[in-house]
Design a protein around this ligand. Structure first.
Ligand code: ATP
Ligand code: MG
Length: 567
């Protein structure tokens, strides 16, 4: 493509709300443009990258035996009512009516549509297994659309759904999808981890997320420094932490006057006791379909509450903060909450089971209880509600756990019969009995990947595209198009590269060299060729975008050397 004819509106201006490199460079490099909050146009360069991501996804899925379909983006509400999700999905689900007052939603995910497609058409175990996917638009009215393509409202997702006669076959497919996803992200040249993920309140089934490692990632992941254990902190486990020495000794269980001391830090200082030996209370309001209630979570003072775990334990739709006022009305003393004598639901972290010699709130202003013993709390609800932290020990091998940040680009999930049962999608098994399909579901954030690749691969000048998804491979920069010798050689090289099947742009704009090299760096083509003054001595310069290393090569060798750089 000739840049003199191309629609690549690069700009020096950083979009107002942009803080992350991918957002800034994709807009400045003319890949995307914003339409409205969380909604973007893909311009020619952006479309090429998106199509490359899409093509890799498709190729690997087709190779694994999946079949591509394309479902309607606009989904009838009835399907969502049938699955029971219509009332539950919340405000991310955009609902609207047509002129005949029929209710629709813009699909944020397509379990319902896919189950509806398959039911009645697949009726026998002989037609199973089946794995159908689409690469299509999704709409989620996200509360905080941000970071450009990373969290849009309208975005492109690959969503796949598999149908099986039994659990065992679903698990086989799940493993196949994990292997396929690994191939997909490896081919894209990304540094990623497959991590154990939260399965939500339903629990039971397995789920893995694929995380592109990047400082800006919104997810925190726990990675073992020795073995292959990796998990989203929302689901991460750990070995029981070792008790620090010395343990405090209390001869009695009694109230202790602690005026104005509320935080674990202050208390630890005051008592000269390690935070580990304190019981910390976190009060939350749990929101359900038709009620809300206060729940008190208790953990060691050295731990923090993991809210997703906590929410799952109490089976709430959401956990929100609760005001001091609300606590007082419920007879709770903020800042001095004890696990004793509470009317509301309480949950204790499993690491507190059987613990003794503790300090906890005194249920009375300015008092704590020392010598608390939780060993007679065995009937209470103990659960894993603590957030795994840096330095905790790996649940698998006991080595140290390290926390890092990731961008979720894929998610595979053993779904079971949740949707097929609710929507009465059944097949006849070998004995002729009707059974709901056992399902798996598999997502990839196709447009998010475009941005994730840049979060992982950029410098202070712009994008550094992995070769597999670069918009073009080579940018031939004509330093001065008025020099006919330069333009002629560049044209020849442009032709020759195209002949070899190399995707190449020719910067033949009537512009100065400065802006051209700046655009090369901003857009991030893997290789640049500078056809400039050196041509008089028979030389051109090759630039490696990643390292910014430049080398002079004889013009006759340029073609060969470029091909080498791309291999
Ligand atoms: P997140 O936790 O980031 O909101 P999710 O758990 O809601 O993601 P899924 O429902 O599993 O995501 O969707 C499958 C994939 O779609 C995700 O792994 C992610 O890559 C992508 N995705 C989800 N929400 C968005 C969004 N708002 N913008 C762009 N991509 C998204
Ligand atoms: Mg989400």
């Amino acid at each position: 493509m000739r840049l003199s004819r191309a629609f690549v509106p690069t700009t020096k201006e950083t979009p107002k709300d942009a803080v992350l490199p991918s957002h800034i460079y994709l807009v400045r490099g003319g890949f995307i443009s914003q339409v409205a909050s969380g909604i973007y146009n893909f311009l020619p360069l952006g479309k090429r990258v998106l199509d490359k991501v899409r093509a890799i996804v498709k190729e690997e899925l087709d190779r694994a035996g999946c079949q591509e379909v394309q479902l309607g983006f606009v989904t009838p509400c009835e399907l969502w009512q049938e699955s029971g999700r219509f009332g539950k999905y919340g405000k991310e689900l955009l609902r609207f009516k047509d002129r005949k007052e029929n209710c629709f939603v813009l699909g944020p995910t397509h379990e319902e549509m896919m189950v509806d497609l398959v039911r009645g058409r697949v009726t026998s175990y002989k037609q199973l297994p089946l794995n159908l996917y689409q690469i299509n638009l999704k709409f989620r009215d996200e509360a905080r659309p941000r970071f450009g393509l990373l969290r849009g409202r309208e975005f492109v997702m690959k969503d796949g759904y598999s149908f099986h006669a039994d659990e065992e076959d679903m698990k086989r497919e799940y493993d196949l999808m994990e292997a396929t996803y690994r191939k997909i992200f490896s081919r894209m040249g990304l540094d990623f981890r497959a991590v154990e993920a939260d399965v939500g309140a339903i629990g039971g089934s397995a789920s893995k997320e694929f995380m592109v490692l990047a400082k800006s990632g919104e997810d925190t992941i726990a990675i073992c420094t020795e073995c292959d254990y990796a998990a989203n902190v929302e689901a991460a486990k750990r070995q029981k932490p070792k008790a620090p020495e010395p343990a405090p000794e209390f001869s009695n269980f009694e109230p202790f006057y602690t005026p104005g001391l509320k935080t674990i830090e202050e208390l630890s200082e005051f008592f000269k006791v390690d935070p580990y030996y304190f019981v910390k209370a976190v009060a939350k309001k749990a929101i359900y379909d038709d009620e809300e209630k206060i729940v008190l979570f208790f953990l060691r003072g050295s731990d923090e509450l993991q809210e997703v775990k906590a929410q799952n334990v109490v089976g709430a739709n959401e956990l929100v903060d609760v005001s001091e006022e609300e606590l007082k009305n419920a007879g709770i003393v903020p800042g001095f909450i004890a696990p004793y004598e509470q009317e509301c639901t309480i949950v204790l972290d499993k690491d507190l089971k059987g613990a003794k010699g503790l300090i906890c709130g005194g249920n009375r202003k300015d008092y704590h209880l020392i010598g608390a013993d939780l060993s007679h709390f065995d009937d209470a609800l103990f659960a894993d509600i603590a957030q795994v932290k840096e330095g905790d020990l790996c649940p698998k091998c006991g080595a140290v756990i390290h926390l890092t940040k990731g961008i979720e680009v894929g998610h595979i999930f053993q779904l079971g019969t949740r949707y097929s049962a609710a929507m009465n999608a059944t097949f006849l098994d070998k004995e002729g009995k009707a059974k709901p399909f056992v399902m798996g579901t598999y997502g990839i954030g196709v447009s998010r990947l475009v941005a994730a690749a840049i979060e992982q691969n950029h410098d202070e000048r712009g994008c550094i595209w992995p070769k597999a998804i670069a918009p073009y491979m080579v940018d031939i920069i004509v330093s001065n198009i008025k020099e006919s010798e330069q333009l002629e050689f560049a044209e020849e090289l442009y032709e020759a590269l195209q002949q070899k099947g190399v995707e190449v742009v020719l910067d033949d704009r009537a512009d100065r060299f400065g802006p051209k090299i700046k655009d090369f760096e901003l857009i991030g083509y893997p290789v640049g060729v500078i056809v400039g003054k050196g041509l008089k001595e028979g030389k051109v310069q090759l630039v490696d975008r990643k390292t910014l290393e430049k080398k002079d090569v004889a013009k006759e060798e340029a073609l060969q050397k470029i091909v080498e750089m791309l291999s």
